[in-house]
Design a protein around this ligand. Structure first.
Ligand SMILES: NC(=O)c1ccc[n+]([C@@H]2O[C@H](COP(=O)([O-])OP(=O)(O)OC[C@H]3O[C@@H](n4cnc5c(N)ncnc54)[C@H](OP(=O)(O)O)[C@@H]3O)[C@@H](O)[C@H]2O)c1
Length: 347
């Protein structure tokens, strides 16, 4: 009997020691992860570029898509502070009007307008462009910034396009084409495209499956592909617009704590991730810096067809987006997907 009790006690002690050791190991791992996130977040914020240009934007008209939140909202605020007429091109009018009011109050600029635009709908893009062409005599900067992070399941839009590609790429591709005449008339003028370092995760681009008709859909893949197409289309457009006075550049804003991480179902990696995002990321204002740099600086007027990061030309862009042949093919495929009409080809 004493032997059995002794064995049970020994088992209990060994199990307790193992559990205690595992708890310590788990605690060390969590603390190390936490420290890593804090340090990398600090370094990422510290390395964020800052706009040095003090250029005034008085007399200039700037359109920013997706300016009701995040990076686009803060870019709009900075550019409004410089005196431009700023048009917030947004899908949620109530939210955008609140932002416009807030920007007007903080900058003292009363020329902050809101116009309806849903970049995932080709009809909405055409209606928006028609309104701009009817109302605006000039356009100096077109900032194509609206974006979503990708939905968990494949969603098709009313035009039969995959939602992430439609929102992030096809809508902007069509909009740039429709406003090209006005941009050329107002030259020197600029197109600024918000892409992402996520393009680096895309290894191949299947031009026959850009909207996942043949399967292979994944939310992260859709996001990375849409951001690669942002850069490829900007590169090809820059090439075609050489000598017109219209420059086109793309940019990667860094990792920024915005609503994008909570709005798109494919981006919601979990509650733990939501805690880590603000710790490891830049502020919205920091994220907006490279858009503002490209929209207002002297350098932004001279360079075309490049990818920027931290207010300078990036050396980290992946080889897939440097492929000029692929850029042309993406352009041609996009013309088909948005059913670009002959009279809409203004390049
Ligand atoms: N945050 C990052 O770490 C990060 C990193 C790299 C690149 N980016 C890029 O930065 C851009 C801005 O994102 P963010 O981080 O600032 O996210 P955000 O705070 O969610 O802002 C996205 C903006 O796009 C708008 N939008 C979404 N779908 C739209 C549609 N169908 N039509 C019109 N507007 C639409 C949103 O409108 P609502 O307010 O109505 O939702 C919002 O104004 C995106 O292109 C994103 O890919 C972000």
């Amino acid at each position: 009997m004493y032997g059995t009790v002794g064995s049970l006690a020994a088992c209990f002690i060994v199990t307790f020691r193992m559990l205690a050791t595992s708890a310590w190991i788990a605690t060390y791992i969590v603390l190390a992860l936490f420290a890593f996130v804090m340090v990398s977040g600090y370094l990422h914020r510290r390395s964020a570029g800052r706009v040095t240009s003090t250029a005034s934007m008085k007399g200039k008209t700037v359109i920013i898509t997706g300016a009701s939140a995040g990076i686009g909202k803060e870019a709009a605020r900075d550019i409004a502070r410089r005196g431009a007429r700023v048009i917030l091109a947004c899908r949620n009018l109530k939210k955008a009007r609140d932002v416009a009011e807030n920007i007007e109050l903080s900058t003292g600029n009363s020329q902050v307008l809101v116009r309806q635009l849903d970049t995932s709908s080709l009809t909405s893009v055409r209606n928006f462009a028609a309104k701009i062409l009817a109302e605006e005599p000039r356009l100096d900067v077109l900032a194509l910034n609206a974006g979503i992070g990708g939905e968990a399941d494949l969603i098709l839009t009313e035009d039969g396009l995959e939602l992430t590609m439609a929102t992030n790429h096809f809508g902007h591709f069509l909009l740039a084409n429709l406003l090209l005449g006005l941009l050329k008339k107002s030259s020197p003028s600029r197109i600024v495209v918000t892409a992402s370092m996520a393009h680096k995760f895309l290894k191949t681009l299947d031009l026959k499956n850009l909207i996942y008709e043949n399967g292979d859909y994944g939310s992260f893949r859709a996001y990375c592909q849409s951001k690669s197409c942002n850069i490829l289309f900007a590169r090809h457009l820059a090439e075609m617009l050489k000598g017109t006075g219209v420059v086109v550049n793309a940019l990667c804003p860094g990792f920024v704590a915005t609503e994008i991480f909570t709005k798109s179902s494919g981006f919601m990696i979990g509650k733990l991730f939501k805690v880590f995002v603000p710790l490891s990321s830049r502020t919205e204002e920091q994220g907006a810096q490279t858009i503002v740099h490209l929209a207002v600086s002297e350098e932004g007027a001279d360079i075309s067809g490049k990818v920027f990061e931290d207010c300078k030309v990036s050396r980290k862009a992946a080889s897939i987006v440097q492929d000029t042949g692929l850029a042309k093919k993406v352009w041609e495929a996009s013309e088909e997907y948005v059913k670009l009409k002959p009279e809409e080809r203004l390049y």
